[in-house]
Design a binder for this molecule. Structure first.
Ligand code: COA
Length: 338
């Protein structure tokens, strides 16, 4: 009996695509902006470069998401008008209203497809995949785009004061097209979604002074920039990452070996290495691209999938586990038979 025997419909991933800004920001570039070094950044994070959107000249999160959605549609050989829903996972929305996703649908010519922004920080894409799957099981939605897009370089300070966060983040967009199929073996085999709001201030972007936590009121009163407890997030991520993978495998009755690709949020190479070690995974099972992109928040997980697609390593019949963790705090998985 297939593991997802309760599925009403199968759901398959029929398109994958990504879009990055033109400008690359290397560790050497950062050396001229703040007190840091290429060696320090590579040793602590594994990052060599990241992309930075030119927001002033229109390279906004909407522009990146449009590029990713168009490439994803091309990969799926679908017309924009085939889409029933577009879910945009992002924490870099252009405005509070309208949802950026509505303008995205309009820009690509997807008619009146349902559209909304989905905010779950670095878990955005993973949680949105679980949501899209659920909607496709119960609603009349045949073709759904799930795009992750973020421009967090706008929310960090490129100076020595902000160097803890400035070195980590990059801008990008990437996503998938999901299509309903009669083959019920395709779709989600297991999933998990969790949060711990007690630790909201481990990663937060205050808008007003009232948002600042007690410690920052005394010290770091900067608004509209990311405040991050780097060491705390690191400890949380190492433990939680392995646990949520293990829990998902157990619930689905799948062994670590039976998953072909662990497509994981790229926040720090050392966190990914710890998970590899814990499950005895070969390098090719847990692809790392943080060296080229940095942490691209909601785009990070589908950017890894896009790398695998470009390398010809994504095939029907494989099992793929998407894994995310980040601000909220949030953490979760989405395990697919593709
Ligand atoms: N360049 C050079 N030195 C830096 C630096 C930088 N970019 N950033 C911090 N430092 C310094 C610190 O000031 C500190 O100096 P001190 O000992 O004189 O006070 C020292 O390096 C160690 O700082 P610390 O913050 O303890 O370093 P770390 O080993 O924890 O690495 C991170 C910092 C941010 C790389 C690491 O904590 C991390 O990756 N955390 C997870 C963050 C994350 O993933 N966030 C997103 C989640 S989705």
């Amino acid at each position: 009996m297939p593991i997802n025997a309760n599925a009403l419909s199968g759901v398959e991933i029929v398109g994958i695509g990504a879009h990055t800004p033109d400008k690359v920001l290397t560790n050497k570039d950062l050396e001229s902006m703040m007190d840091t070094s290429d060696e320090w950044i590579q040793q602590r994070t594994g990052i060599k470069q990241r992309y930075r959107a030119d927001h002033e000249n229109g390279e906004t999160v909407l522009y990146l998401a449009k590029g990713a959605l168009e490439k994803t549609l091309a990969d799926a050989k679908m017309a924009p008008t085939d889409l029933d829903l577009v879910i945009l996972a992002t924490m870099s929305q252009e405005m509070t209203c309208p949802p950026t996703a509505c303008r995205l649908v309009n820009m690509v010519g997807a008619g009146n497809a349902g559209a909304w922004d989905f905010s779950a920080a670095c878990c955005g894409f993973v949680f949105a995949m679980n949501n899209a799957y659920g909607l496709m099981q119960t609603g009349n939605y045949n073709n759904v785009a799930v795009i992750g897009a973020d421009t967090l370089t706008q929310s960090v300070e490129f100076n020595t004061h902000g160097r803890g966060a400035a070195i980590l983040f990059g801008d990008a967009a990437a996503g998938v097209i999901l299509r309903k199929t009669d083959d019920t073996s395709k779709g989600i085999l297991g999933q998990a979604m969790h949060s711990d709001g007690a630790r909201w201030d481990d990663l937060y972007i205050p808008k007003t002074v009232h948002d600042l936590n007690e410690a920052d009121r005394e010290g770091n009163t900067q608004l509209n920039v990311l405040h991050m407890n780097g060491a705390g997030v690191f400890r949380f991520a190492v433990g939680t990452f392995s646990k949520v993978i293990g829990d998902t495998l157990d619930a689905a009755g799948v062994s670590a070996d039976e998953v072909d690709h662990y497509v994981c949020h790229q926040s720090n190479r050392r966190i990914l290495d710890a998970a590899k070690e814990r499950f005895g995974l070969a390098d090719e099972k847990l692809h790392v691209n943080i060296d080229r992109f940095g942490n691209t928040v909601a785009a990070s997980v589908p950017l890894v999938l896009n790398d695998l697609r470009e390398a010809g390593r994504v095939h029907a019949g494989q099992r793929v586990m998407f894994v995310g963790f980040g601000g909220g705090l949030t953490w979760g998985t989405s395990l697919w038979q593709i």
